[in-house]
Write a protein that binds this ligand. Structure first.
Ligand code: PLP
Length: 459
């Protein structure tokens, strides 16, 4: 399988090259040049567990890692999960199932992708030589999953910036309690926007970037999408391989649901892809009107979805626009210059499998408490968005699977609002209370962060 850019300026990359490049060098996103037809292999999956299914699915996209090495990478990536099924399917009520994606080390679905990505990085660096300095900025959730993905890996250092005193105490603890030598938590004396500006400035300093082999773990890395494609197949197998099923996906950067779209294109019988946003509803508006239009960012009870521009969306456009880079570039150009771009669903024959809706903060709280009362099941606030919209929009077309993207104990403040009488805990998080921590407080200055990275690497 070869990889190309959605903007047409990069072609003929292998899987590992695409992973190491991350964002395409022409500003587009890397995608497989075709989507494999998996229908012939579906019947073989029914007796297989998570890692065996992952091998079968990923093999179709990866031809530059030998089979036994890939099998080993997959095994190690999911051995860190606390359930042998990796992503267990549960059924709180007759109306819907829940695929629990939060059994990884940081209790959020990003572990599924980042545990795999960390191992791929380590594998390629060991094979080809070199090292990688990963720099990231986080307002909370992604940082700890990225750290957990690369902690202790040789050839890789990770530097995660977060705004000092502005992330939740729990999120800070999840990051700063990782004491591996190759993990550096940088508490920046400023806002999350300051952290992001520093990140941009460091990556725009090309001599510095090259000298230190700076890399990112952003949500656009193809390996992250591929790792997520797997659990749609796993969900189907756990359902008993029905003729059709529907999925409801709480959506921010369009990464999770895009993986479902790829699985569907491979031939997995997903009848309906239900896209659920919070009050940041740019994607919901697109799927209802055909217009992609930037709005203001709202801070909601489901913070991991407080996103205005969905970075993976361009990949979807690419396939829906007939893999035509000129059309994608024109659309993105329009959007970047005016903050708004549109398509006509009727003339372009866009995929009708998508339905979309959104949930307000009040609806999130109501869904959490109603579900607990009726089904005795705890939804985290992100999962609640998917359940609310999924129940509203599902059709008579096979069972509904709602994707659960975080363990509720991660968002104990929102849970306390929805269910003040219920204590929501998890042993991993409880253990953090007495954990030793380490962080370095730095002023919000590009040069200081660069100097820190430089000194760390000179040791
Ligand atoms: C990142 C995240 C999401 C959004 O997933 P996308 O792939 O960005 O659409 C939803 N819920 C949680 C808990 C997350 O961490």
């Amino acid at each position: 399988m070869r990889y190309v850019s959605t903007r047409g300026g990069v072609a003929d990359l292998s899987f590992c090259d695409a992973v190491m490049m991350g964002l395409a060098s022409d500003g587009g996103l890397l995608v497989p040049e075709s989507i494999p037809d998996f229908r012939d292999e579906l019947d073989d999956l029914s007796s297989l567990g998570y890692t065996a299914i992952a091998e079968r699915v990923m093999r179709r996209f990866i031809d530059d890692i030998p089979s036994d090495a890939l099998a080993d990478l997959i095994k190690r990536s999911y051995a860190t999960f606390d359930d042998p099924r990796v992503t267990p399917l549960v059924q709180p009520s007759a109306d819907y199932h829940v695929l629990e994606l939060f059994h990884g080390p940081t209790l959020a679905f990003k572990d599924v992708a980042l545990q795999f990505l960390g191992n791929i990085f380590e594998y390629v660096l060991a094979r080809d030589g070199g090292h990688l300095n990963i720099l990231g900025a986080t307002s909370g959730d992604t940082g700890s999953a990225a750290i957990a993905g690369v902690r202790g890996k040789s050839g890789i250092n990770i530097f995660i910036m977060f705004p000092e005193g502005k992330t939740s105490a729990l999120q800070e603890k999840q990051m700063t309690s990782v004491l591996d030598e190759n993990v550096q938590n940088l508490a920046i004396e400023g806002s999350f926007d300051d952290c992001q500006s520093i990140l941009k400035a460091v990556f725009n300093d090309l001599p510095f970037k090259d000298r230190h082999q700076m890399g990112a773990v952003n949500s656009v890395n193809w390996a992250r999408v591929l790792a997520q494609v797997v659990y749609y197949f796993v969900a189907w197998v756990q359902l008993g391989s029905p003729a059709a099923f529907q999925v409801a996906v709480p959506t921010g950067n369009f990464g999770n649901i895009f993986a479902g779209y790829i699985a569907r294109k491979m031939g997995l019988p997903i009848s309906t892809l239900i896209l659920a946003t919070n009050q940041n509803d740019i994607l919901d508006r697109f799927f209802r009107t055909g217009r992609y239009e930037r709005g203001e960012v709202h801070f909601t009870h489901s913070p991991a979805m407080d996103i205005q521009v969905a970075s993976n969306f361009e990949r979807y456009l690419y396939y829906e626009m007939g893999q035509d880079p000129a059309k994608v570039s024109a659309f993105m150009q329009d959007f970047q210059t005016t903050g708004s771009a549109g398509i006509n669903f009727n003339t372009l024959n866009f995929d009708a499998a998508f339905r979309s809706g959104s949930a307000s903060d009040a609806e999130i709280l109501a869904t959490i408490s109603e579900t607990y009362a009726a089904d005795d099941y705890l939804l985290d606030p992100h999962t609640a968005v998917g359940v609310k919209v999924g129940m509203e929009l599902k059709r008579e077309d096979g069972p509904l699977v709602c994707m659960a993207t975080a363990h509720p104990a991660k968002f104990d403040d929102v849970m306390a609002k929805a269910l003040p009488e219920v204590e929501v805990t998890h042993p991993t998080l409880a253990a953090l209370a007495d954990a030793e921590t380490r962080k370095t407080v730095l002023p919000a200055e590009v040069e200081t962060v660069q100097a820190f990275i430089e000194q760390f690497n000179a040791r």
